[in-house]
Design a binder for this molecule. Sequence first.
Ligand SMILES: Nc1nc2c(ncn2[C@@H]2O[C@H](COP(=O)(O)OP(=O)(O)O)[C@@H](O)[C@H]2O)c(=O)[nH]1
Ligand SMILES: [Mg+2]
Length: 304
Amino acid sequence: MNALRTYDHADFEIERLVADKASTTVTVCVPTRETAKTIEGTVTSLLELSELGLVDQVVVVDASSEDGTADVAAAAGAEVHDEAALMPEFGAVMGKGDAMWRSLSVCRGDLISFVDGDVSDFAGHYASGLLGPLLVEPEVEFVRGHFERPFAVREGELPGEGGRVTELLCKPLFALLSPELLAFSQPLAGEIAARRELLHRISFATGYAVEAAMQIDVWREVGMDGMAEVDLASKRNDHQSLKALSNMSIEVAEGISRRLRSARDQGAEVGALEPAASVEPRTVDRPPFAEVSSPATLAEAERD
Ligand SMILES: Nc1nc2c(ncn2[C@@H]2O[C@H](COP(=O)(O)OP(=O)(O)O)[C@@H](O)[C@H]2O)c(=O)[nH]1
Ligand SMILES: [Mg+2]
C-alpha cells in the first residue's frame, strides 16, 4: 500500500499557488443550513483569496435557511443559490450531500473545493491548504482536510474531544472493513478539494452519508496515491445534540453499507453490512454527475 500524502496548510504560500495555478480555474462551494452567524466571515475570507487570484468563483448553496444565511452571504459578495432551485427535476433536496451534488451544476472551476459554512475559526488557509496539493502535485486528485477539533464546554473547551461521529462510528467501521482508510484522520470532514472530472465521475450519497461514501468511492477510483490529507490547524463549529448525531450516524452507516454491497456485487471479497428488509433508507446515491446530462437519466428522474 502506498502511504497517504500528507501536507500542512503552511506548506503552501498563496503567491506561489497563484503562480502555479496559471489558467486553472477554482471554485469554492459552501453548503449552508442556518449559518447566518458564521457565513459572512467565511465568504469574506474566500473573496480575499479571489482578489489575490487563487479563487475564481465563491458559491453558497443554501437550504432555504430561515435565519437569513442567503442574504448575509449575498451581501458579503458570494454567488448564492437556493439548493431547491438546482436540478429541481430530481425532486426534494435530500440534505447536505444532495446540495453538494446539485451544486456541481453551477460550480465551473477545474478544481472544486467544498468547505463547511458553520465554522467560527474559518480563514483563507482552509482553501489554500486544500487547493495546494492539487495545484503543485499533478498526481493528486482529491484532498481532505483535518484539524484539531476541540469540544466546547461551559468552562471552555476540551482539546481533541470533537468529531464524535468520526471517532465512534466511521473509524470503527473503517477499522473493521477497510483499515487502509484509517490513514485519514478525519474522513468525515466537510473540507475537501478535488479535480472537477473526479467529482463528476463518482456518485454522491445524500444527507450526511456524503463524506464517508466519497472517501470510499474516491479511494476505489484513484487509490491512495491519488489522495492527500492536509492539516488545517483547528476547526470550531457548534456541536449537535446526541440525537442529531445519532441520526447523522445512521446516514453515514447507510452510505458505507451501500458501498460494501456494491463492492461485493462487483466481486470484491468484502463482508456485507446488509440492512434488514424492513429498513426504509434515509439516503440515496445520486448518480455520477457526468451521467445526468444524458437525456435518458433526466427522463428517468422526471418519472420518479
Ligand atoms: N445546503 C445544505 N447545507 C447543509 C445541509 N445540512 C447541513 N448543511 C451544511 O453543511 C455543513 C456541515 O453540516 P453540519 O450539520 O454542520 O455537520 P457537522 O459539522 O458534521 O456536524 C454546514 O455548513 C451546514 O450548514 C443541507 O441539508 N443543505
Ligand atoms: Mg458543523
